[in-house]
Design a protein around this ligand. Structure first.
Ligand SMILES: Cc1cc2nc3c(=O)[nH]c(=O)nc-3n(C[C@H](O)[C@H](O)[C@H](O)COP(=O)(O)OP(=O)(O)OC[C@H]3O[C@@H](n4cnc5c(N)ncnc54)[C@H](O)[C@@H]3O)c2cc1C
Length: 388
């Protein structure tokens, strides 16, 4: 039986662990934190906030894989009345419908958008500047960058189409992603995976079989002492709020004038906050020269427009900045194939959301975890054959 070490117990690490154990390998997972889940953890306490993922995109490869194993669990569907409360901030006012020029862009498949041209240039030629700008800013919900128009057209177009698909791809596991993580951990446990929490690894173990480094790319760079492990990512101000309930609040606001998204997650999942309160998160990408306060000010402006009297209804509030924690973004001339490769040599493999694998957001972690394990097991088999 092969032994595989997985460093990091987030979505990528658990995917790798389950895949390897299902293939018959003996697996040990080391997780630095006292609980599993990484960015997919959901806060304990009255306000069940997620630092990272909320939406599980049903068009992604992880959806089928999780479903086949019964790991998604109950979902929190968006009631139609709430879905109708999606608002778009365009030309300084809230609207119900997107500009027509923006919709024109949806007719273009991702593969029709070039890799080596920035989105604004390509989309302006397709739909005019106003539609291109609105589309770029809408796509921020799935890429978290302060200037989506400056990124590769192919990269942005894929996210725009996925984020605007009807019926929507975004599904919400009831209770947050922690419920999916708990199911994955239980599955790993039942497959005999050894999971050690509060176990930060400072050196890659040698002579213990292949190692999958399933940490953030920053942590992998430090662990492997390899300065080449970098890729572009976004910086996003996060504002979490609990407000006393008021009928008529928006479900979500997408800013088409600048990248930004505000969502009332209790619209679909009442379990996330105490009765009579609503849990809201604002996600406002900020430029390198901008501060958290700049992002918060933009979030507050959207809140003023869409959540009447929110300041008087506020019962709890938290702010943070997610720096390089929202996955990879690809600049013009680059695609996922140019990111740090999975196979690092000497039986070490990378899995995570900033490495060379396709997909949107956490799907990159998922795809790279599958690939890392496939490579690791094949190498072992080849070695075994050599020794046979
Ligand atoms: C604001 C925000 C919103 C997002 N929204 C979505 C969304 O809606 N949908 C979606 O699909 N994705 C979303 N994402 C992206 C998603 O959160 C990530 O892609 C995914 O959680 C990454 O998982 P991972 O396992 O690759 O990394 P992580 O979750 O970072 O896991 C890495 C783990 O490794 C551990 N670790 C690090 N160093 C060591 C070490 N030396 N030894 C042992 N353990 C170590 C860490 O403690 C951590 O648990 C969002 C992210 C953010 C920040």
């Amino acid at each position: 039986m092969h032994h595989i070490t997985v460093i990091g117990g987030g979505f990528a690490g658990l995917t790798a662990a389950i895949t390897a154990a299902e293939a018959g390998a003996k697996v040990t997972v080391y997780e630095a934190h006292h609980t599993l889940g990484g960015r997919a953890r959901t806060a304990e306490g009255p306000y069940r906030t997620n630092e990272g993922p909320h939406a599980l995109y049903s068009g992604g490869p992880h959806w089928t894989w999780l479903k086949q194993r019964d790991l998604i669990g109950p979902l929190a569907p968006i009631p139609p009345l709430e879905a109708a409360r999606l608002r778009l901030h365009h030309r300084g006012a809230l609207r119900r419908t997107p500009p027509f020029a923006m919709l024109k862009l949806l007719r273009r498949a991702s593969r029709q958008a070039p890799v080596d041209v920035d989105f604004m240039t390509w989309a302006t030629a397709e739909a005019g500047e106003e539609g291109a700008r609105a589309a770029a800013n809408y796509s921020a919900v799935a890429l978290f960058h302060h200037d989506p128009g400056a990124l590769s057209a192919a990269f942005v177009q894929e996210r725009l189409r996925r984020a605007m698909r009807l019926p929507p791809e975004a599904h919400y596991p009831r209770g947050g992603w922690a419920s999916v993580i708990d199911r994955m951990a239980a599955r790993a446990w039942n497959l005999g995976v050894r999971m050690e929490t509060l176990s930060r690894v400072d050196e890659v173990p040698v002579n213990r079989g292949p190692v999958v480094v399933a940490t953030s790319l920053d942590a992998a760079r430090r662990l492997l002492g390899d300065p080449s492990l970098t890729w572009t990512g976004g910086r996003t101000a996060l504002v979490d709020l609990a407000l006393r309930t008021r009928r008529g609040d928006a479900f979500a606001v997408s800013d088409l004038d600048a990248p930004g998204w505000i969502e009332r997650f209790t619209a679909q999942d009442r379990t996330l906050a105490p009765a009579g309160e609503q849990l809201i998160q604002g996600q406002i990408p900020i430029a390198p020269h901008e501060s958290r306060a700049d992002g918060v000010a933009r979030a507050e402006h959207l809140l003023d427009l869409a959540f009447d009297g929110w300041r008087e209804r506020l019962v709890w509030r938290r702010e943070a900045v997610a720096n390089g924690r929202t996955g990879a973004v690809d600049l013009p001339g680059t695609s996922w194939r140019d990111r740090p490769r999975i196979d690092r040599g000497d039986g070490v493999y990378l899995a995570g959301d900033q490495v060379a694998a396709p997909g949107v957001l956490s799907e990159v972690s998922f795809n790279s975890a599958l690939e890392a394990v496939a490579l690791a097991l094949r190498i072992r088999q080849r070695l075994d054959l050599k020794h046979a």
